[in-house]
Design a protein around this ligand. Sequence first.
Ligand code: NAP
Ligand code: MG
Length: 403
Amino acid sequence: MEKIKMTTPLVEMDGDEMTRILWKMIKDELILPFVDLKTEYYDLGLPNRDKTADQVTIDSALATKRLGVAVKCATITPNVQRMSEYNLHEMWKSPNGTIRAMLDGTVFRAPITIPSIHPAVKFWKKPITIARHAYGDVYRDVEIQTTEPGVAKLVFEGVSGKREEMVIHEFKGPGVIEGMHNTDDSIRSFAHACFKYALDVKQTLWFATKDTISKKYDGRFKAIFEEVYQEYKDQFEAAGIEYFYTLIDDAVARVMRSEGGFIWACKNYDGDVMSDMVSTAFGSLAMMTSVLVSPDGKYEYEAAHGTVTRHYYKYLKGEETSTNPMATIFAWSGAFRKRGEMDNLPELINYANQLEAACFDTLNEGLTSKDLVNLMEGITPKSLTSLEFLRAIRERLAKRLGA
Ligand code: NAP
Ligand code: MG
């Protein structure tokens, strides 16, 4: 078989620990035998981030802006313990945070679903994608705890000299106060990313806030979404999808009774909480994909899980591992598909589809990593090592591609 051609390179962001090991295995087993792979390689592994004073993370984000599509391996976000483990010069910031800020992006998380793993919510038949606004609200708040009576006020001083002042509360005793904010720019970027992504995957978009209570704050989110939607309305109608706004409590009730198959855009806190609920209900973190979409249509694909440290320590001791590669493979297939669409390469799109189909073939035969064994119903699962699992997928992929 002749290898599938690419024209524009993908931005390849390598990472840490067990996922770095899997990264190479996936390339060796599932990609390099079939694709004439073109990437711009950035090593975001912690040692290289430290060596380059994190410049490599910035460079990789700039490359994503330039080339449009990136695929990222999970990376360590350093903490105190990692400082000594890796002998770091500094406690470098989360690469995901840096990349997200530079691309002004929104993260979409969607589960990979298979017939033998039943969601905890029996109505759910299709994946539910959560889009979480990644800026502001309670995550950028200021807080005061008072120990005595007094007055709390909300004050705004405009550059024009305009001043607004409101009493929050007259405290008769101890209490707590919180101030938070968001910006029109950030909300607008979030809205654009959501509408673009919905068109991309041809799924209806839901958005929900509590604008009946928070008339100005949440009301602003609702109004900006409605305003931005006007730019996409015709395309939505042509694609046969909808934009649907409702109250957050109504949305939660409807989600529980839905079949799935839509995107749920959430404010920052709602997205934090709901993404954990939805991913747990769908089965496993190892089956959750994640894509960062910028308002101008740049894409960075990755797995939602981390570097699977415990498995890496086993690997270092020479023990067999059974780490689930599914979300990382789907990061690659998502990136190939997007690259194929952008560069008009039907063969690359077909490769991405066949790669995912080969994963489903394997799982549907009950061949799996250890983490899914106890979740599968109606078939007899067989637990494979990390490499055996990838080789089983490779066999089915080769058959599908006629290679
Ligand atoms: P984690 O790597 O997601 O792993 C947590 C546990 O979930 C694992 O120990 C494992 O359970 C299970 N698991 C996750 N992915 C799996 C897979 N592919 N196959 C099988 N089991 C899987 O999260 P963490 O332990 O909290 O974080 C480890 C490192 O990852 C940290 O340094 C953190 O900073 C980083 N992190 C990076 C990202 C990112 O780059 N996007 C995201 C989250 C965390 P068992 O051990 O029980 O088998
Ligand atoms: Mg959370």
